[in-house]
Write a protein that binds this ligand. Structure first.
Ligand code: PEP
Length: 266
């Protein structure tokens, strides 16, 4: 059974002075069984969030990582620097594809570095609005997957707990979401790209696929009702404890229902 995951991407919000308190509040408000919780604050807040979450069963993630371990890369953060601060990392977020011009090839290198360094990666993929309107969404996402994943060590990725987040670019921070049916169809297409195009076979079924893009406590239920969607990567709403409480509570209901359906009640 795939885990249910709610991952918070705080983007460029919070400071070292206030991030710990926010993380502790969210941790206290989201104590639900069966849901993996992850908070990804800015780099400079990682230590404060790690300290605030100690013993609380909420993982800490970074929002990016460099593909090299060290060297002349001014302003960058390596996997070695994250050691002891974060156990998860987001790679290939569309805001980095857009603003830092990250290519699929570079994202693939970051992914390999993350896995080799013991970080659990969330790979973000998603199409632009024009691409969806042109009927090319599945083709675009498949190309992103092939570009980042071709030739990668599948066993290493799976043992690292590799996660994919489908985040249509036009839904991020816009208040507009994909329909749950379209998101589920994309999750299926993602697994069939892994399985058939990339040769992962049945292992594709073990990869959690999250939906991201204007997820809130009011709409997450629609996505979690889809069997192929295993949680959310949440931006704006993840800064609000009430919202996080609602989303994790809803995910816990789904986790319980899926466990019962699989004959593994908690
Ligand atoms: C994100 O940051 O990955 C995201 C989906 O943001 P938002 O929830 O604000 O759309």
């Amino acid at each position: 059974m795939r885990p249910l995951i709610i991952a918070a991407n705080w983007k460029m919000n919070t400071t070292p002075a206030d991030a710990g308190e926010l993380a502790a509040t969210i941790a206290a408000r989201t104590e639900e069984p069966g849901v993996v919780r992850v908070i990804c604050p800015p780099f400079v807040c990682l230590a404060a969030v790690r300290d605030a979450l100690a013993g609380k069963n909420v993982a800490v993630g970074a929002q990016n990582v460099h593909h090299e371990l060290a060297g002349a890369y001014t302003g960058e953060i390596s996997a070695a620097m994250l050691n002891g601060l974060a156990t998860w990392v987001i790679v290939g977020h569309s805001e980095r594809r857009r603003d830092a011009h990250e290519s699929d090839e570079l994202i693939g290198k970051k992914l390999a570095r993350a896995v080799a360094s013991g970080l659990r990666p969330i790979l973000c993929v998603g199409e632009l609005l024009a691409e969806r309107e042109a009927g090319r969404a599945v083709e675009v996402v498949a190309a992103q997957l092939r570009g980042a994943l071709a030739g990668k060590d599948v066993d290493a990725l799976l043992s690292a707990g590799f996660v994919i987040a489908y985040e249509p670019v036009w839904a991020i921070g816009t208040g507009r979401t994909a329909t749950s049916a379209d998101a589920a169809a994309m999750a299926d297409a993602i697994r069939s790209t892994l399985s058939a195009d990339l040769g992962w076979g049945d292992a594709a079924e073990d990869v959690p696929v999250l939906y991201g893009g204007s997820v809130t406590s009011a709409n997450i239920g629609e996505f979690l009702a889809e069997r192929s969607i295993d949680g959310g990567l949440v931006g704006g709403a993840s800064l609000k404890p009430d919202e996080m409480a609602g989303m994790v509570a809803r995910a816990a209901v789904t986790a319980k229902a899926r466990a019962a359906a699989a004959g593994k009640p908690e």
